[in-house]
Design a protein around this ligand. Sequence first.
Ligand code: BDR
Ligand code: CA
Length: 308
Amino acid sequence: KKKVILDVDTGIDDAIAIMLALASPELEVIGITTVSGNIDLESATKNTLKVLKLIGREALPVFKGALKPLWRSIRYAKEVHGDCGLAGQLAELQPGEPSEVDAGTFIKSQLEQYPGEITLIMTGPETNLGVLLMQDRDLALKFKEIIVMGGVAEGRGNESPVAEFNIAIDPEAADLVFHSGAPLTMVGLDVTRKALLRKTDIDALTASPDIKKFVDQVTMEYRQRFLAINGFEACLMHDPLAVAVAIDPSLVKCIHRYVGIETESRYCDGQTVCDFDGRWGKSPNAQVCIGLDAERFIELLTTRLNRY
Ligand code: BDR
Ligand code: CA
């Protein structure tokens, strides 16, 4: 079993990623840390606690992290995830309380207790780890593995023409993470754009009615926007795919390359520049996912959701 810490900014797909992780026997999730991203830190934390309550896992500790990016001003993604971050869902559910310990202290304590054993899966801006690395660079060497949902190696961004949201929000943090020396896998838009949960997949779920309803409703507006552009209803499973890669790395095809993070550009801040052909002669710092067995991914996701 992998010992996992999830670092989330709970919006729609983070919520489903948490559900996937906690239904998967391959992972032992030891705690969830939260960060400002899709939504403010307070809401991201509440949403996380609500999702845990929905699935009956409220005993799992949640640790609050960074209120804002390292240096840049706050930006959210309410147009994607709604004002509360969960598209108006779970509004009446009373969340539990987060731990009094903060995210950084928790992550650090676990690395010290289990050196070489912790897998960190980040599905929001990378600020929490960025803060820790600013204090102590060597901490990175204590991870077993870091899996990042973020970036795009080839093609368009989704926050700017070239940058993906999680990296664009806090490029300086991402820069620290990508240059930390930790074994890192980048699950970017190259593959997450192929990770489509269709309306028909949701209709076919045999999970308990509460869970099925939640998955259906939390993705509804997103699916409608997708329908208007693509002609069929689906929701992109960016964050669940990062969790799935921890469960079964054979779902993706990766190439080991150097990825630089643009932090000083007029137009390209937050771009993840992948040196495909080794032109810079730098040592690779990331396993970059470029191919996905989408069918097998959706099969894994829906089978696991059906356990609830
Ligand atoms: C990422 O940004 C957020 O909107 C999603 O939760 C995901 O983590 C996709 O770019
Ligand atoms: Ca996210």
